[in-house]
Design a protein around this ligand. Structure first.
Ligand code: SF4
Length: 549
């Protein structure tokens, strides 16, 4: 067993992550960061409480939002927490959570009281070796053309994990579930350990709608797309809960995975034994057979979008997706969005939803009020009808707060966005991911254009921030990961961070000039010779880093 695995497995054995609850309050009462036992820092992750960089007594708190389903009441309180404890901002994450920073241990009792008691939310399994936030389509139950309504399944599965408690609290590593019934499979089932997706098939001349299951997806620096189990599930909440529960048990019980943290994810098990064996084992765990359907090889028609912009719901009301550049909102903007939700959204139970592209969707807006809402959003600096790249650029936390990061990402994303908005007209979203290290929290392998941070020497100066670039990630029944752009020597091309917006521009302009009818960026990028891509993105020999660097 690796030293790191041994350490974490021992921490979990000595005391379960969930059992750190009382200690959080004890440490908070003492208001002494230095008194916190090092192992309890690890365990606090089970409640989404995480030491942030630099290690100077502050925490990041990840507020767990199953399926991203929010109300104005909840978002207002999160905005107030950001203002009171988090230096006035927060980040929507790629798992539809909201992360706040700069929390101190003494803030935790009030924070947890407000989350659990005032908002009726919970932090159990916010992080740690446990099931992470269950993701879902923001329009679940509302999209006029959705395949299956998963709006109640997502919170039900999340609650099943929470109520299971120690049944799920000691997995070999993190474990991700997504459930999406929309036609574009916006919550990315293929990059989750458990991906439940909408399926439509014809039986005896009639269309039948249900769900497929894929398993073993995940990114990091060893990306795997999930494999379909070729089963057809009736859209029944109890059945979906059962399948998620037993797949998680199956993963939990693979003790061999606990030997090394780097290879402890479910994706390695699925790759080793194959999806047929996993399906057999799932049925053994369930105690009954699922309906097999060999034609369900994966989600069909996966898009790169997350419902940003306006659209008609099945109940006659409208939704309006708002791009949140790099996912960052001030506490004030959260409160303003909450106020707008209360003013414009007709159903107080479904007002707002975060998306995995770090955006926010307004739900249940009467059509007659849509333009007033759009105007008020523009007034607070969050226009809904923005440049396409604004809706599809995502960024991980980066060096500002992440202990693993190699480069800065949030400010870089803003500068890339500002440049593209000013200089590159676009007629469709191109998914750009800015990621601070190989871990891929911003999913660079599935992006149209992915950036992975690294340090390199530039004109004799060591340790200059650079990015490796990947192009052509796409999901669906013919999935491809983005290809690293490499030079003649097969080495990854490195572009100085200060010049990377120019490389992105060249790729986009080449695509726009050369695309065939309706061709997507990813398809164009996949058919390019590597030498061509390298020539496009490599900075010229005489390029200078601008004075702003
Ligand atoms: Fe941190 Fe790396 Fe994840 Fe970015 S991708 S948040 S730098 S671990």
């Amino acid at each position: 067993m690796s030293a790191k695995s041994e350490k974490v497995e021992m921490i979990k054995k000595v005391k379960d992550g969930l059992d750190v609850w009382d200690d959080i309050f004890r440490y908070a009462a003492a208001a002494d960061y230095s008194a916190i036992h090092p192992d309890d820092f690890e365990r606090m992750k089970w409640y989404g409480i995480y030491r942030q960089r630099p290690n100077d007594g502050h925490f990041m708190v990840r507020i767990k939002i199953p399926g991203g389903q929010l109300t104005g009441f909840k978002l207002r309180e999160i905005g107030k927490l950001a203002n009171q404890y988090g230096r006035g901002f927060g980040d929507v994450t790629t798992r539809q959570d909201i992360q706040l920073h700069w929390f101190r241990i003494e803030y935790m009792p009030d924070f947890l009281d407000r989350i659990y008691n005032k908002l009726g939310m919970y932090q159990n399994f916010g992080c740690g070796d446990a099931p992470r936030n269950v993701c879902g389509c923001p329009l679940a139950g509302l999209a006029a053309d959705e395949i299956v309504d998963t709006s109640e399944m997502v919170p039900a599965v999340s609650l099943m994990y929470k109520e299971g408690g120690k049944e799920f609290s000691n997995l070999p590593r993190k474990h991700k579930t997504t459930i999406t019934g929309c036609r574009i499979h916006c919550a990315a089932p293929q990059i989750n350990e458990i991906g439940i997706f909408g399926v439509e098939r014809v039986r005896n001349g009639t269309i039948e709608r249900g769900l497929g299951v894929c398993v073993g997806g995940g990114l990091r620096d060893t990306p795997h797309y999930a494999e379909s189990l070729r089963v057809f599930l009736k859209p029944d909440i109890e059945l979906v809960k059962d399948v998620c529960r037993k797949l998680t048990h199956l993963y939990r019980d693979q003790d061999s995975l606990r030997q090394g943290r780097l290879r402890a994810r479910f994706k390695f098990y699925v790759a080793e034994v194959g999806w047929r064996r996993v399906r057999d084992q799932l049925e053994e765990y369930l105690g009954y057979q699922l309906e097999h359907d060999e034609s369900i090889v994966g989600p069909v028609g996966v898009g790169n979008d997350d419902h940003v912009g306006p659209g008609l719901q099945k109940n006659g009301l409208m939704y309006l997706g708002v791009p949140i550049p790099r996912g960052r909102l001030s506490g004030e903007q959260m409160i303003q969005l909450a106020d707008l939700a209360d003013k414009y959204c007709a159903d107080e139970k479904r007002q707002l939803n975060t998306t995995i592209k770090q955006n926010i969707i307004f739900l249940n807006v009467p059509p007659a009020k849509l333009s007033d809402l759009s105007k008020e959003l523009a007034d607070i600096g969050l226009p809904a009808d923005a440049h396409p790249v604004r809706r599809s650029l995502i960024s991980c936390t980066g060096i500002q707060f992440c202990n693993l990061s190699i480069v800065e990402t949030k400010e870089r994303s803003k500068r890339i966005l500002d440049y593209l908005e000013k200089n590159v007209p676009m007629d469709e979203p191109i998914f750009v991911s800015v990621t601070g290290c190989p871990n891929s929290c911003a999913q660079y392998q599935i992006a149209d254009i992915g950036l992975q941070g690294t340090l390199y020497t530039w004109k004799g100066q060591k340790g200059v921030e650079h990015y490796h670039m990947l192009v052509g990630g796409r999901q669906g029944v013919d999935p491809e990961f983005g290809r690293f752009i490499t030079d003649e020597g097969d080495k990854k091309v490195k572009v100085p961070a200060e010049l990377v917006h120019l490389s992105i521009e060249k790729l986009i302009r080449a695509y726009q000039a050369e695309r065939t009818d309706g061709e997507k960026f990813a398809d164009w990028a996949q058919r390019q010779e590597m030498s061509r891509l390298a020539a496009l993105v490599k900075p010229p020999e005489d390029a200078e880093i601008p004075a702003t660097a």
